[in-house]
Design a protein around this ligand. Structure first.
Ligand SMILES: Nc1ncnc2c1ncn2[C@@H]1O[C@H](COP(=O)(O)OP(=O)(O)OP(=O)(O)O)[C@@H](O)[C@H]1O
Ligand SMILES: CC(C)(CO)[C@@H](O)C(=O)[O-]
Ligand code: BAL
Length: 306
């Protein structure tokens, strides 16, 4: 595995390989890797000749009071995991490599980016869309891999790719979980043992959503209220977003007829945990097919919603 910090060096190396007809898959990450990231890598390896993983803790997507400076980092351990996983190139730029001058350009999907997690983290998704655009420009992958755990992120990146006709296929990969159901996340290391035990309320709330919908509950507001009450049974959990939205567009829905996503953003202690599940009346299930199905940029399927 070769490690790059320089945009130009990575680009020149990839250009030569692309001229030979090799396909390139990109897995963007912020590092401190776990089995969820490795699943993205495995999918990328299965579908591409060359796999590039980026590790960059992107300052643009952190608010001033957020955890940018304490975000967990261990590049040596990450590199060993990626070597083991068969990655070809690790792109690990410093802030000075990625942003040699203060960024004056922003890529934003403002309506979608201000909703849900974006309401709690103003500016976050503009930071994500900007860095992902830049990574796409640097690597120019045919395919890029993202985790379904960050459901809203996938919806926003898909929309950005489609609106700007970026020639990248976006693949969403199912969430990898711990044995008790908690979604793996780099920030889980912030949890104290007591908070870690309490955090299981998050996937349990998604099970509860599935159960309630399977029983026939179809009013979206009522489901949100019941899930908020369910979360409140755990004193360490503070729900910040409990939302039932159209699974494809994230638009608010009144009743659960077409597939909806139950999106949770829950604070446990000072750690924010993110999780979701797609449910749909009698088609309820863990298979978040809506977000996983990919469309090629510029070729939206028939009947795609606005
Ligand atoms: N448990 C998981 N299963 C599958 N993919 C995941 C999982 N956790 C993260 N990913 C995906 O890995 C990519 C990189 O995510 P990132 O480096 O932010 O990790 P993270 O664990 O989500 O970190 P954080 O705790 O900061 O949210 C994203 O596309 C993300 O959705
Ligand atoms: C996509 C991403 C790497 C952009 O910084 C980040 O938002 C993440 O890790 O999900
Ligand atoms: N996994 C999303 C990156 C972030 O929370 O900033």
């Amino acid at each position: 595995m070769r490690v790059f910090a320089s945009i130009d060096e990575l680009r020149h190396t990839l250009d030569a390989l692309k001229r030979q007809g090799r396909t390139v898959g990109l897995v963007p990450t912020m590092g401190y890797l776990h089995a969820g990231h490795i699943k993205l890598v495995a999918r990328a390896r299965a579908e591409n000749d060359i796999v590039v993983v980026s590790i960059f803790v992107n300052p643009l997507q952190f608010g001033p009071a957020e955890d940018l400076s304490k975000y967990p980092r261990d590049l040596e351990r990450d590199a060993a995991m990626l070597r083991q996983a068969g990655v070809n190139f690790l792109f690990a730029p410093g802030v000075e490599d990625m942003y040699p001058r203060p960024m004056k350009t922003v890529v934003d999907v403002p309506d979608l980016g201000r909703e849900l997690e974006g309401e709690v983290r103003p500016g976050h998704f503009a930071g994500v869309a900007t860095v992902v655009s830049k990574l796409f420009n640097i690597v120019q992958p045919q395919t890029a891999y993202f985790g379904e755990k960050d459901y809203q992120q996938v919806v926003i990146i898909r929309r950005m790719v489609e609106d700007l006709a970026m020639p990248v296929r976006v693949i969403a990969v199912p969430t990898v979980r711990d044995s008790d159901g908690l979604a793996l996340s780099s920030r889980n290391v912030y949890l104290s043992p007591e908070e870690r035990r309490a955090a299981v309320i998050v996937p349990q709330t998604l099970d509860e959503a599935e159960r309630l919908v399977a029983e026939g509950l179809s009013d979206a507001r009522e489901l949100e209220a019941k899930l908020t009450a369910f979360l409140s049974c755990e004193p360490l959990a503070k729900p910040e977003v409990v939302a039932v939205r159209d699974a494809e567009t994230l638009a608010p829905v009144a009743s659960i007829e077409e597939p909806v996503v139950v999106a949770l953003f829950v604070r446990v202690g000072s750690t924010r945990l993110l999780d979701n599940r797609v449910v749909a009346g009698n088609r309820t299930g863990r298979d978040n097919k809506i977000v996983r199905d990919s469309r090629i940029a510029g070729q939206p399927g028939k009947g795609v919603k606005k």
